[in-house]
Design a protein around this ligand. Sequence first.
Ligand code: CU
Length: 174
Amino acid sequence: MMAFAHDPRRRQILSAGGGLLLSAVLLRTARAADEVEIALSGTANGSEVWFRPRAILIQPGQTVRWVNRDKGNVHTTTAYHPDNGKPLRIPAQAKSWNSDYLMPGESFAMTFDVPGVYDYYCIPHEHAGMVGRLIVGTADAASPPYADTDAQLPPAALNALPAIGDILRQKAVP
Ligand SMILES: [Cu+2]
């Protein structure tokens, strides 16, 4: 850099390029902050399946993109909601969702505005414990949400939902 300092024209070009690069980096950082990725994946033979991270804390207005990173298995991201034939385990004012079957490499995105706790599952793998939990904004760590419908979940699914306190502390639970 210092070797070019005596050449004003060259210095100008370098500085303009640097500015563009910086803008691109800032833009990418802003987008990344708004959108969070959750991978749908599992072992090659399908014996274990998961959402990674299994639970995250996001802020209202942020978007979650679920991406099927599995090479040989289909998955869904589906809200625990009466629209999907399940008990309500998302905030009452929030919109339900169901990605339907995502082929390897496909993704599904949702933006979350209503604060609270959201529980969701993968249709073919709920009984294998493939479930996830989002906290939007904040939640009460002292009282487990949706305890009144716990008995309607398969035991493996219920056991795989991280505690509110752990999510608030860790921000993301792998
Ligand atoms: Cu699945």
